[in-house]
Ligand binder design. Sequence first.
Ligand code: FAD
Length: 377
Amino acid sequence: MDGSSDVLVIGGGIIGLTTAWQLAQRGVSVTVLEHGRCGQAASRAALGALWPPPMARGGALQQLHRQSLWGYEDFIQSLQAASGLHVHYQRRGKVELLNSTEAFRTATEQCDAANTSWPALGDKPVMELLTGTQIRQYEPHISDAPHGAHLCRWSGQVNVDQLLEALITACIRCGVRIVEGVRIDHLESDSTRAVAAHAGGQKFLAENFVLCAGIGLPTITCQHELSPPITPVKGQALLLRVRKEVLTHIVKNGMIFLVPWQDGRILVGSTTEPEAGFDTTNTAEGVQFLLQGATQIAPALKAAAVERVWAGLRPTGPKHRPVMGKSPAFDNAFVCAGHFKIGIGLAPLAGKFMAELITTGRAEPGMEAFAFTGNAQ
Ligand SMILES: Cc1cc2nc3c(=O)[nH]c(=O)nc-3n(C[C@H](O)[C@H](O)[C@H](O)COP(=O)(O)OP(=O)(O)OC[C@H]3O[C@@H](n4cnc5c(N)ncnc54)[C@H](O)[C@@H]3O)c2cc1C
């Protein structure tokens, strides 16, 4: 039997680590239990692209995402101070190519809405429309964009490897105990409370339990219902290297997006393959889709070196929405999982709101939209 903690966080991805760090900053004694190495799963596969959803998409998830991104720079600064490590975060802006006159019309409305309601960034509009000629002033290597583009200056990127290392270090410096190589298979409970997490012969006691195990969540059994099914959605991605700068902004065209870094790397994302289940192979079709999409945006990329290809499994909640809140079974078990394609962007606010809920018992306004009330709901 292992010593007891105030809170056991099960799963050491971006969501579990952020939640653990936020809890530890509130004076809570926290243990993170991670199946393999922290960050090894979906989080390490992410490209670190951060762009706010357009105003036309006005649901609770979109609002939470935008709010999380408005605070990202502050989050990174606090993390750097707490960890003593550098985390590269940059708001490069995103040029998103528009594929029809209808898309241009919708983008006009989106720009107006963003410019009146999003936080300002200097004296330039946060979003603006670009004609084909204007696009080339910003991005001379883009091939053809007959319907123009919009430029979103709030979009940015974070170095995910650095982010995860800094979170692990900040957690340890704050007193979080991280135990790697432990796969929780069972949550023990009495009639009213969760009492221990089991991993093979090991037993971990705690006052509270937070399930942040991503696609591993459904494998954790319990006498009571803990969480909805979190399913995997495979995404393939690749890394190109160029000798001289080809792009200065993030560029998006349909499903394909390119994230350039100053050191000549360009990340290319990503496929969306719900039918692939737990398979993480890179397929010829997937890689071809990414390469074709990337070189169609900027033909100069045909000369780029392909440095790495990989695939990850995005933990996905029902209707592509995360589940965040108290488990329906017990007052002392919580779930935070299923952040699909935007977990890196949502993590700062998701972790903060979970820590508030666990320490005060109060859900932040808007969080009820992510509550899980049972599979029979
Ligand atoms: C190709 C790709 C590109 C992406 N790009 C972006 C992007 O640009 N921007 C963005 O915001 N998001 C992006 N995402 C999404 C993002 O990666 C996820 O939303 C996020 O990583 C989810 O974090 P998590 O902590 O919930 O899950 P995970 O990172 O999967 O962490 C869950 C952890 O729990 C552990 N675990 C599982 N079962 C158990 C168990 N029984 N006991 C103990 N531990 C367990 C796992 O080992 C894992 O480390 C991308 C995803 C992919 C695949």
